[in-house]
Write a protein that binds this ligand. Structure first.
Ligand code: I3P
Length: 128
């Protein structure tokens, strides 16, 4: 497994650039604002960092040690966003506190890999 010390305490399962927008906070709908984030799946969390400046990082490490935000995947739900976006390849993540995110990639395979990885973590936590 790849480690990203000292930036991340837990093993990084997956990391990469995705288009992201938060669409609800605490159950209240937000106005969509798509932007690029460096997204890291590590431990029980999905962690969002600012888009790295310059060339894409070679390692699975964020350029900044400070996440913009982080999502606890325990009890979360993931599905395809179909009616929630005009874009293709969008997944919809809902967390227990009622924060909702859309994640998008131009590459269908990329978003499928993310969907499988995130769903795997959610399922593992459901079984605990
Ligand atoms: C939004 C913007 C988003 C779009 C959203 C629009 O307009 O075009 O890209 O989401 O659609 O409202 P604005 O920039 O004026 O806020 P998608 O690209 O995901 O479709 P929506 O209102 O149907 O969610």
């Amino acid at each position: 497994p790849l480690h990203c010390a000292p930036a991340l305490p837990t093993e990084v399962q997956r990391a990469g650039l995705l288009n992201k927008t938060k669409i609800a906070e605490g159950g209240r709908k937000l106005r969509k604002s798509w932007g690029v984030s460096w997204v890291v799946l590590a431990g029980n969390s999905l962690i969002f960092y600012k888009e790295p400046k310059g060339p894409a990082p070679a390692a699975w490490c964020p350029t900044s040690t400070r996440p913009e935000s982080s999502v606890d995947l325990r009890g979360a739900a993931l599905d395809w966003a179909r009616e929630l976006s005009s874009k293709k390849n969008v997944i919809h993540l809902r967390t227990v506190p009622g924060n909702e995110f859309l994640l998008h990639s131009d590459q269908e395979a990329t978003i499928q890999e993310w969907a499988l990885a995130i769903a795997g973590v959610i399922q593992r936590l459901d079984l605990e």
